[in-house]
Structure formats: structure tokens, C-alpha cells
Write a protein that binds this ligand. Structure first.
Ligand SMILES: [Zn+2]
Length: 451
């Protein structure tokens, strides 16, 4: 396998082993060794560093969150956990954590820390600075905590709480081993820290979809920093990213469950009468961003002479046409075979363009007026700043094709389920929760595993 050129140089401090895809009983895959930024010797048993610590409690019965007591008073049950814990993951003599055996609780602890830290490192590079926690004023560090039986993972005020459960088919799912899930939760924390939480519940519904879409983009772009994932996508698609490949089923938690589709056909027109689930409402925005990424990648391939001009034209003309695959795929096969390294460099560049543009876009958003049209405007402004507006046509075209800037999502419609996630009652600062008490919540059905 060749090396992927990195436009973004991540600091090489301490080594961890991470699974790009959640291992299943059928397909365990190989964990990939990654480096995270804290220098070897500064990550202590836990793992724990200056901003994050992992603990695996014994006897913790319920998730952190806001609970209503008998008298109607709402209390915040949150970190730190002060009860007994499972023995912590220990560094080796040089300070690294890549020696820990898979299958042990300590591997799980190290994996969860590594996934959060790796994600944070990547996005701090894109932001060009440190990213604060939204709870920095009252808590110094993020507590990463495990709760067996919680069929999900949640980012809350001062914590990421990670569950695990048996599927009805009898498979044990550890969300701590899912890079996608952990990275997605870290994405919510990045958005809480960078965009902020509105101090009113009178906000556009699209804000909820934005949160889910952004967490997905954080996770997807971070995933593409694994050499095996980036090259795996290219090997499977030969650069034809609209084809069915790992990029657009990145969130699967097993070979059978295909979850969020980054490449999806939904538009805002599908939601003008209203919406129920923020994960669904997220799809038009995620789809537009995915299409922008693919177009930027193709444009770059063309500019570097790696695909012929007629392939790009054909690809545009035949999009959505049943003959698309048969006509376009052989041309991609031939072009990719000539220069796979060049394709990898272009995909890494397009990935880093998206990361930097999104970081710039998110930095300028205000939580109170946040809707998709505003995101599109901020993304165009980011392209002006980073890129002299070179991709304006691509950005505007893809946003408009999804109805963004043309129509708005309707109201949130009642649902029979009870829990919410992207904007959960766990996230706000204690004392602010009265603003969120009336939000409906959606129970995440274990089989859906949409996190
Ligand atoms: Zn989420």
C-alpha cells in the first residue's frame, strides 16, 4: 500500500490503535496505528491528558442528564464519577498506548480516548487553533465514561457517555470501538464549543438538522484521515465517488446495517411541510456538502490531468441516469489504474478543503439565526477567504439543488418517540435547562443505532 500524502500534518505525540470501522464478529479488520498530539509521556493512565480523561465506572446505573425530582425540580446529574472504576489503561514505558491487547476493557478505554483525541487534533488543524469545550467555565476536562446497556453514545455537559448492548441477533456492540460514533459525538462538542448554544428555544428547526449534519461531517472527514479508509474508498470506487462505496455508507455499524447516507437524494423540499427526526432533516445539508466534496475532488482530478475533460462532462450529464454506471465506471477504472497515488492526493486535498471551509463556516455562525441558507452563505464566504471564491459555482449549484436558500423546513411535527440527540437536554449548562424542557425527545431504537 502506498502512503497518502497529507496536506495536513498532524502532530506525532503518542501512539494509539484505532479501528476505522467498528469490528464485528464476522469482520474484525485491523486496527490502524495513529498518532495523537500530546507528547509521549504526557498521557497518563486512563488515558488522561490535560483536557480529557476516560474512566469505566463500576455500579453506575443511569446516564448523566437532567432529571426531574418528585417536587418538579430539575437536577443535573453529571460528572465527575466518584465511585469505583475498572483498572485504567496504562501507557507503556515510552508513554504509548498501542501495546494494549484487543478484547480487554483497557483496549476499549484507549480506543475511546484515541478516537476523541484524533478527531480533536484533526479539527484543531482545520480551525488553526485550539477548540474549547462549551463547559470550560465550570469544568476543566471532558469525562469519557462507559455505561453498559445504554444503546447509544451521548455528548453532554462535561461528558461523553458511551454505551454497549446486545443486538436481538445476539451480537455485542461496543460503541467505544466505533470510531464513527465517538467521532460524531466529538463533532457535537466541537459545534457546541464553536457555534454555541442559543439561550432561547425560539430557533429555526434547521438548527437541529445542522447539528446532526455537522457531527456527521466531522466524523466522515476525520475517518478519511485513516490511510486504510481513504485508500479503501478509492480502491472500491476507482475515484467514482458517486458509486456505492464506503464513503456513503460510512456510518454502518455492521455489514448489514446501513445507516446515514452521506450521498442521499433528500432535499429541503421534502421537509417544507415539517419534519420529525433531526437525523432526517440533516440529510439535505449533508447531501449537499457531500456533493460539493465530490465535485471539488473531480475538479481537482481534471486540473491535474488525472481524468480527461469528457469524463467530467459525462459524469455531470449522466448523473441520476440509469446508464451512468456502465458508461462512467470503465473510464474511472482506466484513469485510476494509471495513477492511484495522484487520486489519493486529490482526495486528501478535497478532504482538507472541506475541513478548512467548514471550520471557517462554523466559526462565523450565530446560534440564534442558524438555518441552512445561513450555512450556505457562510460556506461561500469561507470559500472566498480560503480559495478566492474558486468553488462558488459548485457550492451554489449543490446547495440550490437541495432547495437550500430557496425553501425552508416546516415545523417540527409530533412524534410518538420521546428522545432527542443532537441537541439533547444533556448538553446545556446546568441552570439553562429550563429553556430545553419543552423540547420533544426521541428514544433511539437499538436496532436503528442512529447516533
Ligand atoms: Zn448526533
Amino acid at each position: 500500500m502506498f502512503r497518502v500524502p497529507h496536506a495536513v500534518d498532524l502532530p506525532q505525540g503518542t501512539r494509539f490503535r484505532l479501528f476505522p470501522q467498528l469490528p464485528t464478529r464476522e469482520e474484525q479488520g485491523e486496527p490502524e496505528t495513529v498518532w495523537v498530539s500530546p507528547p509521549a509521556g504526557t498521557v497518563f493512565a486512563g488515558p488522561a491528558d490535560a483536557r480529557i480523561y476516560v474512566i469505566q465506572p463500576i455500579g453506575k446505573e443511569k446516564p448523566y442528564g437532567y432529571y426531574e425530582e418528585a417536587g418538579g425540580q430539575v437536577i443535573h446529574y453529571g460528572p465527575p464519577w466518584i465511585g469505583p472504576i475498572v483498572p485504567r489503561a496504562e501507557p507503556d514505558r515510552e508513554g504509548h498506548f498501542d501495546h494494549i491487547e484487543f478484547g480487554t476493557p483497557q483496549f476499549l478505554q484507549a480506543h475511546a480516548y484515541g478516537a476523541i483525541r484524533f478527531t480533536l487534533d484533526i479539527w484543531q488543524e482545520y480551525f488553526g487553533r485550539g477548540i474549547g469545550w462549551h463547559f470550560d467555565d465550570s469544568r476543566e476536562k471532558l469525562e469519557v465514561v462507559f455505561l453498559p446497556g445504554l444503546d447509544n453514545a451521548y455528548a453532554g455537559y462535561g461528558s461523553i457517555e458511551i454505551g454497549s448492548f446486545f443486538t436481538p441477533a445476539g451480537n455485542w456492540v461496543e460503541f467505544g470501538l466505533s470510531f464513527d460514533v465517538i467521532s460524531h459525538e466529538t463533532g457535537h462538542l466541537i459545534i457546541y464549543g464553536e457555534v454555541g448554544l442559543p439561550d432561547s428555544d425560539n430557533i429555526p428547526g434547521e438548527h437541529f438538522g445542522f447539528h446532526e449534519s455537522s457531527a456527521d461531517m466531522v466524523s466522515l472527514i476525520s475517518l478519511m484521515h485513516f490511510e486504510t479508509a481513504l485508500i479503501g474508498v478509492l480502491d472500491a470506487s476507482h475515484g467514482n465517488l458517486y458509486s456505492y462505496n464506503r464513503l456513503n455508507r460510512f456510518a454502518e455499524v455492521s455489514d448489514l446495517d446501513q445507516l446515514r447516507l452521506a450521498s442521499n437524494p433528500l432535499t429541503l423540499y421534502d421537509f417544507v411541510d415539517g419534519w420529525v427526526k433531526e437525523h432526517d432533516l440533516a440529510q439535505p445539508l449533508t447531501g449537499a456538502l457531500f456533493d460539493i466534496w465530490v465535485d471539488v475532488f473531480h475538479e481537482d482530478l481534471l486540473r491535474r490531468g488525472l481524468i480527461p475533460a469528457q469524463l467530467e462532462d459525462l459524469s455531470d450529464q449522466l448523473e441520476g441516469d440509469p446508464s451512468y454506471h456502465n458508461v462512467v465506471q470503465p473510464l474511472f477504472d482506466e484513469a485510476y489504474g494509471k495513477n492511484p497515488e495522484g487520486f489519493a492526493a486529490c482526495l486528501a486535498d478535497a478532504r482538507d478543503y472541506m475541513g478548512r471551509a467548514l471550520a471557517q463556516c462554523w466559526s462565523s455562525l450565530q446560534p440564534l439565526q442558524l438555518d441552512y441558507a445561513e450555512v450556505a452563505r457562510a460556506f461561500l464566504a469561507a470559500d472566498d477567504q480560503l480559495n478566492d471564491g474558486r468553488f462558488h459555482r459548485i457550492i451554489t449549484g449543490n446547495m440550490e439543488r437541495r432547495g437550500i436558500g430557496l425553501v425552508r423546513a416546516g415545523p417540527r411535527l409530533p412524534s410518538s418517540a420521546k428522545d432527542s440527540h443532537s441537541f439533547s437536554k444533556r448538553a446545556p449548562e446546568p441552570g439553562m435547562q429550563q429553556h430545553y424542557r419543552h423540547l420533544p425527545y426521541r428514544t433511539r431504537i437499538a436496532l436503528q443505532q442512529r447516533v
